[in-house]
Design a protein around this ligand. Structure first.
Ligand code: NAD
Ligand code: WQD
Length: 339
């Protein structure tokens, strides 16, 4: 019998890529999503890639009753990877209650049902946003966390604290939080990728939409940062390398004893690229000239953020294998497939 894993937010961007990785590693995958930011067609696309159609349930995980009967039905699962959340930073500033209600209630409901049904392994999608403006780079897991500027970011910081409190008393549940840096790119099949609804907030989908003619011009936010070319620096990571990190974390949870209750890992490449680096890689791999101009800095942006992921490398035996060119090329192939 295959090991079963529940993937919440499983039809979303990172969830769908992680589902492919788990199916291809022999797991039985159950996807659960309310489709608020993804499409049901992803289930068939995962089948096209893997040859296996994952089970899918459309459930709002803030609904206590439905979540509880879902977990009862899948109590034989070995673990849960919890991607389900609202994630638009700017929107969360306008709708703080909606973001706290959605993201925190999902987490509370999932954890409670895992304990009740003795499902032991939990992976939480956290974010580098918990570090705020860093004092020192690269950032290790020991670096101080700070109150994120947005309610979205704060759901990640508070989420981690909830997990920390919960695993202390949980008899059955162990957890890992993965603090993602900047996930971009898409599966090489061109069948799944990031599909933002409305105007993208993030750099990569904005770039590909400009190149595809969906948007007129990219605004590069800030050209006077104290960086090599004046634009802000981030640690971009290919979504498939990120998917593999979840597999490594799952193995870690399986392999460690009950006393290893909670661990946190940075998941980045350790390399910082500027906005202009990303544009230039994109222009090279897509053979497109990008229409862009400079604008003011975006409020809340930090000048530089990149990870020290040596803990994940040592403890999870995980590392990245895909380059910035792989990221920009696959993002473009995905965008082109949408035409
Ligand atoms: P996504 O929006 O593509 O996927 C999230 C999924 O959760 C969506 O399919 C959405 O429909 C679902 N969802 C939301 N609320 C739900 C609810 N109440 N019940 C059931 N399903 C619900 O986002 P993503 O980029 O794949 O992000 C996945 C996770 O990783 C999120 O928790 C996000 O905060 C976190 N994260 C993302 C990034 C990033 O840049 N993409 C960076 C750091 C952390
Ligand atoms: C990257 C760089 C922008 C758009 C966000 C969240 C973070 C995490 C990942 C979830 C920055 C610049 C962007 C544009 C630009 N998500 N940029 N023009 O802000 O590092 O992180 O996504 O947890 O919490 O805050 O990512 O892709 O928005 O920006 O110049 O139109 O691109 O200023 O320097 P960010 P991003």
């Amino acid at each position: 019998m295959k090991n079963k894993v529940i993937i919440t937010g499983g039809t979303g961007y990172i969830g769908s890529h992680t589902a492919v990785e788990f199916i291809q590693n022999g797991f039985e995958v159950v996807l659960v999503d309310n489709l608020s930011n993804s499409d049901i067609s992803i289930v068939d696309r995962i089948e096209k890639i893997t040859g296996i159609k994952p089970e899918f349930e459309e459930i709002d995980l803030t609904d206590i009753k439905k979540t509880s009967s879902f977990f009862k039905k899948h109590k034989d699962a070995k673990g849960v990877i919890n991607f389900a959340a609202l994630k638009a930073v700017g929107e969360s500033v306008q709708k703080p209650i909606e973001y706290y209600r959605n993201n925190l209630n999902i987490l509370l409901n999932v954890l409670e049902n895992m304990e009740v049904n003795s499902i032991s392994n939990f992976i939480f999608s956290s974010s580098a946003t918990v570090y705020g403006l860093p004092d020192k780079l690269p950032i290790t897991e020991e670096s101080e966390t700070k109150r994120p500027t947005s309610p979205y970011g704060n759901t990640k910081k508070v989420g981690e604290e909830i997990i920390e409190d919960f695993v202390k008393i949980a008899k059955n549940v162990k957890a890992i939080s993965l603090r993602y840096f900047n996930p971009i790119g898409a599966h090489k099949s061109g069948l799944i990728g990031e599909a933002p609804t409305g105007i993208p907030n993030n750099l990569m989908p904005y770039i590909t939409q400009v190149a595809a003619g969906v948007r007129k011009e990219l605004k590069v936010f800030g050209k006077d940062y104290d960086t090599k070319d004046g634009t802000a620096i981030r640690d971009y990571i290919h979504v498939m390398d990120l998917a593999v990190a979840h597999m490594a974390a799952f193995k870690r949870l399986n392999d460690t004893g009950k006393d290893q209750k909670y661990e946190i890992f940075n998941i980045g490449t350790g390399i910082g690229y500027s906005v202009l680096d990303v544009i230039s890689s994109f222009e090279k791999t897509s053979k497109q000239k990008l229409n862009y101009s400079f604008d003011d800095r975006r409020e809340g942006d930090v000048p530089m953020l990149y990870a020290d992921s040596s803990k994940a490398s040592k403890v999870l035996h995980w590392g990245t294998s895909l380059s910035l060119d792989d990221m920009t090329r696959s993002s473009w192939e995905w965008e082109e497939s949408l035409k």
